[in-house]
Design a binder for this molecule. Structure first.
Ligand code: SF4
Ligand code: SF4
Length: 443
């Protein structure tokens, strides 16, 4: 059958690269999907019941196999073999997906296929083939190109969040990368972050002329545009001479730590500076006594693992090798299975605040269900994004949490909007605000 169809089930390419600009690199991965649906279901042994068993927002909301990673693998494989062309539905299938990485960790429990990279590569292919990205994405890309921010707001207003008490230093060892959302929309997150750094006794500086990180460009397949931005931003950071880039944005964290190295074909450790999220910084400063979170915060709280701070945040290492019998690769590849995401610092911080009763949702850490907004999805498919958030909020209600905390301004924006539309009583906060509110007033 395979030979009749002239597909390469049995003759995958021997060379193996992780370069997402060539879909040929992922024909093996697409052809070896066995449709076990590990990419859709959270392991039965791990879950307490049937209610929150799925991990893939796309398959959960659209309820057709085509939308799961297994469907995308088949469609992508047929396209790579020249057996199927793009059409409106195929584009929707590829883009109505938050690139949340849940399928990738699910698949790697069993097969070690590079599903997440394949999904990225299929979007690059959509752009290469002249059909992608979606119209809403083109508007965002124009905003980023002309105004250097996601919203199309005036670039001169980017530092509008700064107040007299949150002034940066001219020179410091820490560069705070604010990102578009906290610069323009959730400015309280930027102010809280600045106050936390200052309360710990450190100085921070800003990039001399901060631009968007380019997350949306990369996520929708505009590879060349994202690469140009990566080059520009990494050079600007290196020029500051600072050793640490700190951000309060999960999407920005993933871009700087993982996708910039991927775009520049270097390892994360070769960036020349370390990339940390606020929760890593605050966790460290609380542990060494520089920060004291002693002011009580009485609430039943749950923590949402933002995809880009959790399973998508593992460091990047370039790879080129050979694939042999049964798909084994040589030299050994450092697989990124989502196990080493930033899971414990935020939980330790929240548990240490007096009055906080931290309760977990059934799906957490690398199995957490995405908020539904990320990586250009909300702008192109608002109804899908809303329904995915509501599915996650069901989980918050199920455990009776009064406060939902995330460590990403994009998650906060989306959950706040959806709870607002619903008239939900759930309070949605960013962890920067929670830490800031709990700082010792006498310090
Ligand atoms: S878990 Fe992997 S092999 Fe199984 S259906 Fe999903 S993509 Fe295919
Ligand atoms: S990246 Fe997320 S939404 Fe997309 S197919 Fe995978 S699990 Fe589903």
């Amino acid at each position: 059958m395979a030979e009749e169809l002239n597909v390469r089930y049995y003759k995958p390419r021997d060379e193996f690269k992780l370069d997402v600009t060539d879909i040929e690199n992922f024909v093996y991965d697409m052809s070896r999907c066995i449709k076990c649906k590990g990419c859709t279901w959270v392991e039965h042994t791990y879950m307490p019941g049937a209610k929150f068993m799925t991990r893939c927002p796309s398959a959960t909301i659209y309820e057709f196999d085509a939308y799961g990673a297994y469907g995308k693998m088949r469609i992508g494989h047929a396209m790579a073999e020249g057996l199927l062309d793009w059409n409106e539905k195929a584009l929707e299938v590829m883009y109505a997906c938050t690139l949340c990485g849940a399928c990738d960790v699910g698949c790697k429990r069993n097969l070690d296929l590079e599903i997440g990279l394949t999904l990225e590569s299929l979007r690059v292919k959509a752009v290469q083939d002249g059909v992608g990205p979606m119209p809403a994405h083109k508007k965002l890309a124009a905003n980023i190109e002309k105004k250097h921010n996601f919203y199309g707001a005036a670039h001169k207003d980017r530092k509008g969040w700064l107040t007299e008490e949150t002034q940066p230093a001219r020179k410091a060892d820490i560069v705070y990368f604010v990102g578009c959302n906290a610069s323009y929309k959730n400015q309280e997150i930027a102010r809280s972050t600045a106050k936390i750094i200052q309360a710990a006794g450190d100085d921070f500086m800003l990039l001399p002329n901060e631009w968007c990180c380019g997350n949306t460009l990369f996520s929708v397949g505009l590879y060349d545009e994202a690469k140009a931005l990566a080059e520009r931003n990494v050079e600007a950071m290196r020029k500051t001479g600072a050793r640490t880039l700190l951000t309060s944005c999960a999407e920005g964290y993933r871009m700087w730590k993982v996708d910039y190295p991927k775009l520049l074909d270097i390892a994360t450790e070769d960036l020349g500076f370390e990339v940390i999220h606020l929760v890593e910084y605050a966790g460290d400063r609380i542990a060494n006594g520089a920060l004291k979170t002693t002011r009580p915060f009485e609430t039943r709280m749950t923590y949402h693992d933002s995809c880009s701070l959790s399973r998508l945040s593992e460091p990047w290492t370039p790879y080129e090798g050979k694939r042999g019998w049964m798909g084994c690769v040589e030299p050994r590849l450092k697989r990124r299975r989502g196990k080493n995401g930033v899971y414990f610092p935020p939980r330790d911080i929240l548990k240490g605040i007096p009055g906080v009763n931290l309760v977990e949702m059934p799906r957490m850490r690398e199995n957490a269900f995405c908020c539904g907004a990320g990586r250009g999805t909300k702008e192109a498919f608002p109804d899908f994004a809303r329904r995915a958030a509501n599915h996650r909020l069901e989980e918050v209600r199920e455990i009776g949490a009064e406060t939902l905390v995330a460590a990403c301004p994009w998650c906060k924006s989306h959950f706040s909007e959806v709870t607002g539309e619903n008239g939900d009583a759930i309070q949605v906060l960013d962890i920067a605000e929670v830490i800031c509110a709990s700082l010792d007033a006498s310090a």
